[in-house]
Every structure is written in structure tokens, then in C-alpha cells.
Design a protein around this ligand. Structure first.
Ligand code: RIB
Ligand code: CA
Length: 365
């Protein structure tokens, strides 16, 4: 997205991005997926569903329902692991709602189940068939990615770009005082992923193939205000103002005329209420949208090289990610951690793209 001479946001065609998404749809995963559906230069090749915010079968239903709402072809929605590598699955209905998308409801999609093929095998075959072509976006626990790296240790060389939402570096966690949710759900998988990239770096993997880590220290800068939904409704051409107010009784449902605005408003309202319950204000940290923009090449960011490891033994620090920026462990960098980003231009980008998609859906509905 670039500013034109008149200062308004205009959509400049970015280079095509061929994308594999692994998510645990969830409210911010849903926002990220809607955004990617609105990016004409992004070719989503498949969505692999991972258990996390909700169980994996519900993640599949959420993904398919949203794709159907966005009017997109029914590309593969697959399942790999049904639970973390070593610990029991813990979900978070209090954060994302019992169905994972807050108060939003959608008609059950015609195909409410995953494709038969295993997600991990699909990833490996797709990467082998398209060497250096595929971008991978992971906004869920890293279970499937760890399994794929076990079966194909050359994956770091075969993938064009890897973007991970997860971790927290010298920044308070959102699940324990030091641990971030995706990493805490499956810390053994995260540890294996970073270890695999350490090995690849020792074998000469180029730095621009190291995973880009969107961790809480920068994703929590993407703090959505309720007024975003008011502006989105305007962009979508809704006749009535869309007001989501902190003074509203909890659980109010949107009556927006546009189906995408209604869906996102009902989903995000739950998220605003959740953040308020945890004393963060009536706002929503849209972590996965930021990671999606990094993967799509539409959002600005800078990174710092680091060696990342994950705590899996200590009860106190279970799931905590640690970054060595100074080579103190004597190991090569295995990650590029996002060190800065631009929420203001990011939300302007989100508003413009979603507004165009919403209008398209309205004319089709
Ligand atoms: O910690 C934030 C992450 O955990 C996001 O991906 C959110 O969807 C949850 O999965
Ligand atoms: Ca997620």
C-alpha cells in the first residue's frame, strides 16, 4: 500500500505471494485470513488447521465458513496434528469464544471437514514441488511445522519465506508472566523448529531464509480500537453507522448491512471485551493480522538477527522464549525477530483492503 500524491491510500499491485497458512482460527486469525482474501496479489495455496484457540475440527469449520463468506474458491483446508507434540491440548474459549470467533456466527459451510490429505505431507510435497516459491505464515502453535521439519530437514532451503506469530522477548507474556500463547500451547514444537533452524544455519542457510518472528513485543503495538469497525462500515458502504461502544451491554450483535462487517464486528467485540476483562482496555491486539501483512509483503517492519530457544523443562518458565542477540550462547542466528513496525499505516492498509472486499461481497450477495 502506498500513499498517492493526494495522500489517500491506494492499492499498488505488490509482487505475487504464493502462501501456505497454518492457523488456529481464532478471532485475530480470522481477521488475518479475511485480510489475505482481500489481497489480490496473494495466492493462498492451502490452509492447514492446528489446534490452539479451539480444537482443530472447529478451526476447520471456522476457516471454511470464512472462506465461503469471502467468496473464495474452496482450496485445500487440511489437518495435521490434533494435539501438541508432548503436552495435552489446552484451548482458550475465554479469549476467542466457545466456537473461536467471538460472537460471530456463519452458516455451517457445505464442506465442514478437512481434506483427507495430511497437512504435514501436503506441506512437504508442496515445498518440494515449488522449491523457493512458497511463503509460509504460521499464526498458531508450531506443531505441524515441527513435524514437517522432522520429515523434511531441507524445508528451510525449500521455502521462500517463513513468518511466525509467536513468542515474547524481554516482554511480558499473555499466557504466563513470561510465555506467549502459541508457544505455550506447544513449546516442544517451537523448540524443535528453532533447533532445526540452528542446524540449518550451521549448514550455511542464508540469513534471508531464517524465520521472521512476530512476537508480542511488536504485535501488541497493533492495538485495534473499536472505531476501526465504524470506519470499516463506512468503507464498505453501510448505510447505518457501526458503533461498538465500551458502554454497550456485553454480547450485543451487529446489525450492519454488510456480511463481512457484521462478521468482523461480532468477532472483534468479543475480543474487546476479553482485553477489558484483563485490564488492557476496550481494545484488541490483532497479532495475526500483523504477521499476515509481513507474509503478504504489505506491512513495514524491521528485524534483528537472534538465536532463539524455548524453555520446556522449568515449571516456572514453561513455554518462555529467549533471544540471544549477542552470540553469548556461541550459536548462529536462527531467527529474524521483528524489532519495529508501523501500526498506523498497517491499520490504514487493513481498512482499505477490507473495505474493497466488503463492497465486493455486498454486490455479490
Ligand atoms: O498470543 C497470540 C496468539 O495466540 C495469536 O495467534 C492468537 O490467535 C492466539 O492463537
Ligand atoms: Ca492464532
Amino acid at each position: 500500500m502506498k500513499k498517492s500524491e493526494t495522500g489517500c491510500q491506494q492499492i499498488i499491485q505488490e509482487p505475487q505471494v504464493r502462501l501456505l497458512i497454518d492457523n488456529d482460527t481464532g478471532i485475530d486469525d480470522a481477521l488475518a485470513l479475511a485480510y489475505l482474501c482481500a489481497c489480490d496479489h496473494v495466492r493462498i495455496k492451502a490452509i492447514t488447521s492446528t489446534p490452539g484457540n479451539v480444537d482443530v475440527d472447529q478451526v476447520v469449520v471456522n476457516n471454511r465458513a470464512l472462506l465461503s463468506l469471502c467468496g473464495l474458491p474452496d482450496f485445500p483446508v487440511l489437518i495435521g496434528a490434533r494435539e501438541p507434540l508432548e503436552v495435552p491440548l489446552v484451548t482458550t474459549p475465554e479469549t476467542h469464544g466457545p466456537q473461536g470467533v467471538g460472537y460471530a456466527t456463519l452458516p455451517t459451510p457445505e464442506t465442514a471437514v478437512a481434506h483427507k490429505e495430511d497437512a504435514v505431507n501436503y506441506w512437504i510435497e508442496a515445498a518440494r514441488a515449488n522449491p523457493g516459491e512458497l511463503t509460509v505464515l504460521l499464526t498458531a502453535p508450531l506443531t505441524n511445522f515441527a513435524l514437517a521439519l522432522r520429515r523434511e530437514p531441507k524445508l528451510p532451503w525449500l521455502l521462500r519465506k517463513v513468518v511466525i506469530m509467536g513468542g515474547a522477548f524481554y516482554y511480558q507474556g499473555n499466557t504466563t508472566p513470561t510465555a506467549e500463547w502459541n508457544t505455550h500451547v506447544d513449546p516442544h514444537a517451537a523448540k524443535e523448529v528453532f533447533a532445526a533452524y540452528t542446524t540449518a544455519a550451521e549448514q550455511g542457510l542464508e540469513e534471508d531464509k531464517l524465520p521472521i518472528i512476530c512476537s508480542l513485543d511488536t504485535t501488541e503495538r497493533f492495538e485495534m480500537q473499536p472505531e476501526f469497525l465504524t470506519r470499516l462500515a463506512e468503507e464498505a458502504g453501510c448505510t447505518e453507522p457501526e458503533l461498538v461502544l465500551a458502554t454497550d451491554p456485553e454480547g450485543m450483535l451487529s446489525t450492519a448491512s454488510n456480511p463481512l462487517v457484521r462478521y468482523l464486528s461480532d468477532a472483534l467485540r468479543f475480543y474487546f471485551e476479553f482485553h477489558r476483562h484483563y485490564d488492557q482496555g476496550y481494545i484488541a491486539h490483532v497479532h495475526d493480522f500483523f504477521a499476515a501483512g509481513v507474509a503478504a509483503g504489505t506491512l513495514e517492519y524491521q528485524t534483528r538477527l537472534a538465536t532463539v530457544d524455548v524453555e520446556t523443562e522449568s515449571k516456572l518458565l514453561f513455554g518462555t522464549t529467549v533471544a540471544d542477540y549477542r552470540g553469548l550462547w556461541g550459536k548462529p542466528a536462527n531467527a529474524r525477530i521483528v524489532s519495529s513496525n508501523d501500526p498506523e499505516s498497517g491499520f490504514a492498509e487493513l481498512l482499505t483492503r477490507l473495505g474493497v472486499l466488503a463492497r465486493k461481497l455486498d454486490t455479490n450477495s
